[in-house]
Design a protein around this ligand. Structure first.
Ligand SMILES: [Zn+2]
Length: 253
């Protein structure tokens, strides 16, 4: 792929990612607030139906400076971050993977990870349905395109050993600190991530997500944080760059 083709692909991947990010944020918000999933988007402040110009991902938020054009109600920044993060991830995945099935598999995982991060942020829970969707999505690609991505054995090892290790650690920590330290939803997410990343990739994922978790604790000045967003970001990063990072690390030693 030459430079022009890469730019073209990257541009459309970013646009698709931003649109998907906007959709996921909107749907998660509606489910969380127990609103109907159908119908046009409205301003939560004054209730006016949003027009086309107010629905352009990223740009509408920036042009309106994060507020409704009519009542000046704040538009949550999480919509903007959802659109940007999925635009970045779709672009990274589109340029990182050669095969279309890998690009699509990564994009599907990105959508589910964003939903997990948004849901966990508000509820401190990771829905089993989202984890099951991510697992079924990967299984489908493993069966249809067995030569791409991690092997079934590597996926199984990455899932069971890394999430099993974290489960053991969490049981020990729960007993010594007499409170829940690591949520079981997080352990199950790490289990699912193993099928996408393999053993080495998921080990790296555990390392990066823990690092991110510690940074989040320090930034938010609290001991209890939703770990899902950290795991989601780390899983997305490791899927695109984990292997290259491991290769680089092995070579410098
Ligand atoms: Zn309004």
């Amino acid at each position: 792929m030459n430079q022009v083709e890469s730019m073209y692909l990257g541009f459309w991947a970013a646009v698709t990612g931003a649109v998907c990010g906007s959709f996921v944020c909107c749907m998660t918000e509606r489910i969380y607030e127990k609103r109907t999933l159908g119908g046009r988007s409205r301003c939560p402040g004054c209730g006016h139906t949003l027009g086309v110009m107010e629905l352009i991902p990223v740009f509408s938020w920036l042009i309106q400076k994060g507020r409704c054009r009519y009542c000046r109600e704040r538009i949550p920044t999480e919509c903007l971050w959802s659109e940007i993060s999925l635009a970045v991830f779709f672009t990274a995945a589109a340029l990182r993977f050669d095969a279309w099935n890998q690009k699509i598999c990564a994009a599907g995982l990105g959508v589910i990870l964003l939903a997990i991060a948004l849901w966990d942020k508000d509820t401190y829970e990771i829905p089993g349905s989202l984890l099951a969707a991510a697992l079924v999505w990967k299984m489908m690609f493993m069966m249809l395109f067995p030569k791409y991505g991690v092997s079934v054995l590597d996926g199984l090892l990455g899932s069971c050993l890394i999430s099993g290790g974290l489960l053991l650690l969490s049981v020990c920590m729960d007993r010594s600190m007499k409170r829940e330290t690591i949520g079981y939803g997080d352990i199950r997410l790490l289990f699912v991530a193993g099928f996408y990343l393999g053993l080495k990739g998921n080990f790296l994922n555990l390392f990066f997500s823990s690092l991110l978790g510690i940074l989040m604790c320090a930034a938010m000045k609290t001991k209890k944080i939703p770990f899902g967003p950290a795991l989601a970001v780390s899983t997305a990063f490791c899927l695109c760059y984990g292997e290259a990072l491991i290769q680089w690390y092995v070579h410098i030693w």
